[in-house]
Write a protein that binds this ligand. Sequence first.
Ligand SMILES: Cc1cc2nc3c(=O)[nH]c(=O)nc-3n(C[C@H](O)[C@H](O)[C@H](O)COP(=O)(O)O)c2cc1C
Length: 211
Amino acid sequence: MIDLKAFFHMSYGLYLVSSRDGDAVAGCTVNTLSQVTAEPVRMTVAVNKDNVTAQVIQRSGLFTGVALAQSAGMELIGAFGFHSSRDYDKFGAFRTAEDENGVPYVAEQTVARFSCKVIDEVDLGTHILFVGEVLSAERLSDEEPMTYAYYHKVKNGVTPPKASTYQPEAGVKKGFRCTVCGYILEADTLPADFICPICRQGADKFVPLGG
Ligand SMILES: Cc1cc2nc3c(=O)[nH]c(=O)nc-3n(C[C@H](O)[C@H](O)[C@H](O)COP(=O)(O)O)c2cc1C
């Protein structure tokens, strides 16, 4: 048997991973970035094949991860985690910088940066596991990093279907999802003056569940 609740006892951090291939720039929120070897320093990240970020990493052979600060806002996590780089400028609203490879990364609300060159890819079915050799890394702030548990317990964050650790919302049948931060309102109707309790966006940013 596989008790899916066992997976709630796994610990992760929360990161943004980005890449650039010519004019194509993409990035998304991930919890799957991790250091896997020390000499040489290598990292892996699992990115859904449907995410634009996976396609841009495949073309460029580069990815840059930043670790989010514990104080990072839901607007930032939501912009990168609930929108597609296909039709949304994720970097425009935030302070960004470029690494040595020309890959943009978010330079605010983040505590560390890791720039990697892809040395291997593993097809995991829904996701691609990118193995990266770290070309450069730096600390960006002394703040505490955000953990996945903090994101769920304190920030009331949710995890969308494309995430590696997605589990369907048990018992939620009818409701509306905030497209900015992923908050789910369980209700039959959405009041026109509703304000998201997490990211303070209005009702116009909500879509019906399954929509
Ligand atoms: C908390 C959280 C964790 C996530 N973890 C992952 C992950 O590890 N891998 C992944 O492919 N997507 C993950 N996602 C989903 C992507 O961030 C999301 O599908 C994003 O919209 C993809 O954007 P893109 O199409 O611009 O690449 C996560 C989202 C959130 C909010």
